[in-house]
Ligand binder design. Sequence first.
Ligand code: ATR
Length: 276
Amino acid sequence: TDLYCVFGNPVAHSRSPWIHARFAQLTQQPIVYARRLVPLSGFTQDLQCLIDQGGRGCNITVPFKLDAAQAAHSRSPRVELAGAANTLVIDAQGRIHADNTDGLGLVADITRNAGVAITGKDILLIGAGGAAAGVLGPLLEQNPRSITVCNRTFSKAQALVDQHADLAKTQKVALLAQEQQALQGDFDIIINATAASLQGAGIPVPASVLRAGSLAYDMMYGPAAAAFLQWAQAHGAVGRDGLGMLVEQAAESFALWRGVRPPSSQVLQELREVLA
Ligand code: ATR
C-alpha cells in the first residue's frame, strides 16, 4: 500500500481524501490518502516527514503551492510557468517532481463535464493570485480567441499576462490585461479566480461582462460560490461552481501517481450527492 496525503492550512474541509479513496476503490489501486495540517512555517519539514515514511506523493493546497514548487528537484513546464505546484510525485529514492493539475482540471470540467468548448471563445479571467496563475497556461493551450485578465490590483494582472505572452503568441491567442473597474466588452466564459467572496466582498466585475448563455464559472464551491452563481443566473448566464474542477484536478494527480485514469465524472456525480 502506498501513502499519499494533502497538505494545507486549513485542511479540515478538504474533500481530497474522500475523492482519492473513491478513485482507489474504483480502480483497485492499493493506496491510502491522508490529510495533514501543516504549520504555516512547517512545510519543508512535513514534506520530509512524508518522504521518510515512504510517501509517494501529495497534493498541496493553500497556502503552500509556491513552497511546493520550490521544494521539488524537478518541475513540469506548467509549474515553471505558474510558479506554483498542487501535486508532488515522490519516487522510490525520495526525489520530488512537481506538477500543477489545477488548470487541466478546470479545462476538463468546462469542456467535458459542462460540455462547453473553450477553443475560439472570448474568456474573462478575474483574479491574478495563485489560483489564476495556475490555470492561465492550460486555458491558453485550448486556443480560445482571447483571454482578458482583470484584477483588483491591475499591476498583478499585467504581470501575469506578461509572464504568459510567449505562450499566447505561440497559441495565437489575444491575451490582455484590463482595469477591473473600467472593464470593457462581454465574454463567452467568465472565470472567477478571486478570493473576493471569502472577504465578504461583492461581485468584482459589472454584469455587462455577461452575454445571454455565457458560462460563469466560480473556482470555489459550496457557500463561497453561491453569490457569484446567483448573480450569473440573474443576468441570463449559466453558473457553475468549482466542484468539478476539484474532482478533475484530483483525477489528473491520481493519473500521474498511478498511471491509471479514474472515472472522474462518476465520482463528481457521487460527490454532488454527498454534499447535497
Ligand atoms: P489564491 O491563491 O486563492 O489566488 P491570492 O494569491 O491571495 O490567493 O489571490 C487572491 C485573489 O483574489 C487576488 O486576485 C486578489 O486581488 P488582489 O491581487 O488585488 O489582492 C483577489 N481578491 C481578494 N479579495 C478581493 C476583494 N475583496 N475584491 C476583489 N478581489 C479580491
